[in-house]
Design a binder for this molecule. Structure first.
Ligand SMILES: Nc1ncnc2c1ncn2[C@@H]1O[C@H](COP(=O)(O)OP(=O)(O)OP(=O)(O)O)[C@@H](O)[C@H]1O
Length: 683
C-alpha cells in the first residue's frame, strides 16, 4: 500500500481536516469567553455580547462552502508587509483566516495582499509564484486539484477545467459568491483603493453585481475600522433583486452591510401616487435642485425693524441695518439653511451682549443663551429666517402656481411648470398622493436644510436607471466616502435613464471618476447573446456585443404560434425546461403574468415570485418583465416579445426591456410568440 503522506491529494485533504479542526477550536475559544468579568455595566455587556455572537456566527464552518479553494507556492518568502503575519512560502487561500493553536496561519483570507496573485498572476507576470493550485470539491469533500507552474517555461498556459466547471454550474437558489474564480479584470475593480470612485459599464452577465459585492467585502477587510464607523450600503433596483443578492456578503463573513433601493433611502413620505413619464422625467431633472434651493430660501426676508430686548429695567436695541448685515452674511456662508437658522439668534444675542459690555456690564455665556431665547429675538428670527419643513415646502411648490413660477423663473419653461403642478393641490402632507419622484425632491430639500450624514462607501447597482435627482440623493450619502457605480447603458429602462456615465458621475458628485468596462460574459451563452445583441444598434449604438466565456453555444429556440395556442405552449415549454437541471424562469410582460400564472396553476405547476428562493423542489419562477433585471435562470421561457415592448411608454424603452429579458438565460432560451417579433429581432 502506498504511504498516504506521499499522495498529494491526501495531503491536501489532511490540511482541510486540520483547518476545519482549527476553525472549530477558534470558535470554541470565542464561545468560551466569559464576559462577566470585563464589563462594568449591562450596556457594555450587551454590546460585547452581540459582538461576540457575530464573531461566533462568522466563524461557522459551512458544510457546502469549502474552507479553502486554492494554494499559492511562492518562489521566495513574501515581504513581511505583504504577508501580514503569514510566514512561510505556501499559502492556502480561502474565505476567511484560520490559524492553529500556535497562531500560525492554516488558511489566508482571499482579501489579504498575499492572496492577490491567486487572481492576477499569469505566465507573463508570475508575481513570484511557482505554483498555483485550484481545488475541486464535491459535496463539501476535496476531490480534485489542478496545478499551474507559472514560472515553468515548458508548461503551456491552458484554460482551467475547475474554473470552467465552477462557471458552468447550474443555478439553484440565490446568488452565490465568486471568490474562488474572480477574474483578473474583475479583481482590479474589487481591489481598487477606497479613496476613489469606480464606475463600471458592462454587458449583461459580465459580473458587475458580483464585483460590486466582492468590492464591499474587500473594502471592509482593508479598512475595517473606518468603515465600521461610517457604514457601507448597497443600492439595488427593487426588493426582489435585493433578496436575490442578500446572501452573498454574509457568506463572505460580512454581516453589517445595509441594502436598500433608492426609494427606501428617501422614504420620508408614504408613496401612493405616480407620475406620467414626462412629469417623472422632469422631476428627476437636475434643474429641479436649483428650483428647490430657491424655494427653501424664498422665505428669507431682510429685517426692517429694530429688535428690542428687555432685560430687567433696561432695553437693548439692535437696529434693522445691523440685522440685515447678519442675514446677508449668513446667506453668503456655505452652511445649511437649518444651521444658519440656529446661528441667527446667537448672532443677534451677540450684538446685544456687545452693547451690554459697552455699557459697563459683564455678561457671560448664560446671558447670551438667555438673550437668544428672548421672545423678541425669536420673533425676529421667525420673520427673517422661517423654519422649513421639507415635505410642506414641496407640497406648496407643486400646488401653488405663483410660488412655483417665482422659484422656477428662468429655469423651467411655463409648459414645464404646468407639468409639475398637481391637477388638484393636496391639502396636507398626509393626504397628498406623493410619487416616488416627489420623495426624492423632499430628500433634496432635507439636505438643503440639514446635511445628510455620509457613509464610507456606497455601491449602486443597475445605476443606469437613476435620474439625475436620484444620483444626487445617493451622492449626498457618500459625500465624504467613495462609490462603486455599476450598470449597462443598454439596459436603461426608465424614461430618464443615463445617457453617459460622465454625466451620471457629475450628478453623483464624483465627476471625473474612472470608468472601466467589463466585456467577458459569464452568464449568457453565445447563441443567446448574439440573438439579443441584434437589438443593440437600436438601443445603445455605441456599445459592443458581449463575449461569452461559456463553452456551450446554448440552446436557442424561437417559435411563432397561433394566438390561441400561446398560453398552452408556454406551459408546455416550462414543463420541458423543468425536465433539465437547474432553475427555470418564465418571463412575460407584466400584464400577461396573471393569466400565465393561472395557466401554470391549472396545469399543476407550482411557481415562485422573483427573489423567492428557488430550491431543488421549487425551480420555476414567474417573472414580470419589469422585475427581470439583474436576475438569472438556467432556462428561460420568454413569452411574446411584442407585448413586452408594448408594455413600455416608448419603443426604445420597450426594446431595452426586451434586451434585459433576453439576457437572463444561463443555458437555454425559448422564445414563443403569437404577435410578430419586433423587426430588429426578426432580422
Ligand atoms: N469570475 C466569475 N466566476 C464565476 N462566475 C462568475 C464570475 N463573474 C460573474 N459570474 C457569474 O455570472 C453571473 C452574472 O453575474 P452578475 O449578475 O454579477 O452580472 P451583471 O453584469 O451584474 O449582469 P446584469 O447586467 O444582467 O445585471 C452570476 O451568476 C455570477 O455569479
Amino acid at each position: 500500500m502506498s504511504d498516504p503522506s506521499h499522495d498529494p491529494l491526501q495531503r491536501e485533504q489532511t490540511h482541510l481536516t486540520e483547518s476545519r479542526a482549527a476553525l472549530r477550536a477558534m470558535r470554541a475559544d470565542v464561545e468560551a469567553l466569559d464576559i462577566r468579568d470585563v464589563t462594568a455595566n449591562w450596556v457594555n455587556a450587551a454590546v460585547l455580547r452581540s459582538q461576540v455572537d457575530a464573531r461566533i456566527k462568522a466563524l461557522a464552518d459551512l458544510a457546502h462552502t469549502p474552507l479553502f479553494f486554492g494554494r499559492l507556492d511562492y518562489l521566495h518568502a513574501p515581504g513581511a508587509e505583504q504577508a501580514e503575519g503569514a510566514e512561510g512560502e505556501q499559502f492556502y487561500i480561502g474565505r476567511r483566516h484560520v490559524h492553529d493553536a500556535e497562531g500560525d496561519p492554516m488558511v489566508i483570507d482571499w482579501r489579504a495582499p498575499v492572496s492577490q496573485p491567486f487572481y492576477r498572476a499569469s505566465k507573463t507576470e508570475p508575481m513570484d509564484i511557482a505554483l498555483r493550485r485550484r481545488f475541486g470539491y464535491t459535496g463539501g469533500e476535496l476531490t480534485a486539484y489542478e496545478d499551474e507552474h507559472l514560472t515553468d517555461p515548458t508548461e503551456d498556459a491552458h484554460a482551467s477545467r475547475l474554473l470552467q466547471s465552477e462557471i458552468e454550474k447550474p443555478r439553484v437558489g440565490p446568488m452565490r459568491d465568486i471568490v474562488a474564480t474572480i477574474q483578473p479584470e474583475q479583481d482590479e475593480i474589487v481591489r481598487a483603493g477606497i479613496g476613489g470612485t469606480v464606475c463600471v459599464q458592462g454587458a449583461p452577465g459580465t459580473g458587475k453585481t458580483a464585483v460590486g459585492l466582492h468590492r464591499v467585502a474587500y473594502l471592509l477587510y482593508a479598512h475595517r475600522e473606518r468603515l465600521a464607523r461610517t457604514g457601507t450600503l448597497v443600492v439595488g433596483p427593487n426588493a426582489s433583486f435585493l433578496r436575490y443578492i442578500e446572501q452573498v456578503l454574509p457568506a463572505l463573513g460580512e454581516l453589517e452591510v445595509k441594502q436598500a433601493t433608492v426609494d427606501d433611502l428617501v422614504a420620508h413620505v408614504e408613496v401612493r401616487g405616480s407620475d406620467s413619464a414626462a412629469t417623472a422625467t422632469l422631476k428627476g431633472d437636475a434643474r429641479l435642485a436649483q428650483v428647490l434651493r430657491r424655494a427653501v430660501y424664498d422665505g428669507v426676508t431682510m429685517p426692517t425693524e429694530t429688535v428690542v430686548v428687555v432685560r430687567g429695567s433696561r432695553r437693548w436695541r439692535v437696529p434693522a441695518y445691523e440685522l440685515q448685515e447678519t442675514v446677508r452674511e449668513l446667506l453668503d456662508r456655505d452652511i445649511r439653511y437649518g444651521a444658519a437658522r440656529e446661528a441667527l439668534p446667537q448672532r443677534i444675542a451677540h450684538a446685544v451682549l456687545v452693547r451690554m459690555e459697552r455699557a459697563g456690564e459683564a455678561p457671560d455665556d448664560r446671558v447670551q443663551d438667555a438673550v437668544a431665547r428672548n421672545a423678541a429675538v425669536k420673533a425676529a428670527v421667525k420673520e427673517a429666517w422661517p423654519a422649513v419643513d421639507p415635505a410642506k415646502l414641496v407640497l406648496r411648490l407643486l400646488g401653488d402656481a405663483e410660488f412655483l413660477a417665482r422659484c422656477a423663473a428662468g429655469v423651467l419653461s411655463e409648459e414645464e411648470q404646468r407639468l409639475l403642478l398637481w391637477d388638484k393641490p393636496a391639502r396636507s402632507v398626509r393626504s397628498a398622493k406623493w410619487s416616488a419622484a416627489d420623495a426624492v425632491l423632499i430628500d433634496e430639500v432635507r439636505d438643503l436644510v440639514e446635511r445628510t450624514p455620509s457613509l464610507g462607501h456606497v455601491v449602486v447597482d443597475e445605476a443606469q436607471d437613476l435620474s439625475p435627482m436620484q444620483y444626487r440623493a445617493v451622492g449626498r450619502r457618500c459625500t465624504t466616502g467613495s462609490a462603486t457605480v455599476l450598470g449597462d447603458i443598454a439596459q436603461g429602462t426608465t424614461p430618464w435613464a443615463t445617457a453617459s456615465w460622465e454625466e451620471a458621475l457629475e450628478h453623483l458628485g464624483k465627476a471625473g471618476a474612472q470608468v472601466e468596462e467589463l466585456t467577458t460574459g459569464f452568464r449568457v451563452p453565445r447563441a443567446v447573446i448574439a440573438y439579443a445583441s441584434r437589438l443593440l444598434p437600436s438601443i445603445a449604438p455605441g456599445l459592443k456585443e458581449a463575449t461569452s466565456i461559456r463553452e456551450s453555444e446554448g440552446d436557442l429556440v424561437v417559435r411563432p404560434l397561433p394566438a390561441g395556442e400561446l398560453d398552452a405552449e408556454v406551459v408546455r415549454a416550462c414543463v420541458a425546461a423543468l425536465e433539465r437541471e437547474g432553475s427555470v424562469g418564465l418571463i412575460a410582460a407584466d400584464a400577461r403574468c396573471p393569466r400565465l400564472g393561472a395557466a401554470l396553476t391549472e396545469s399543476g405547476l407550482p411557481h415562485l415570485a422573483p427573489g423567492e428562493e428557488t430550491t431543488a423542489d421549487a425551480r420555476l419562477t414567474l417573472v414580470p418583465a419589469s422585475l427581470a433585471k439583474g436576475l438569472e435562470y438556467d432556462y428561460v421561457v420568454l413569452d411574446d416579445p411584442a407585448s413586452i415592448v408594448a408594455g413600455e411608454p416608448d419603443e426604445r424603452t420597450g426594446l431595452r426591456r426586451l434586451y434585459v429579458c433576453l439576457t437572463r438565460a444561463v443555458s437555454g432560451l425559448t422564445v414563443l410568440h403569437a404577435e410578430e417579433l419586433p423587426e430588429q429581432l426578426a432580422a
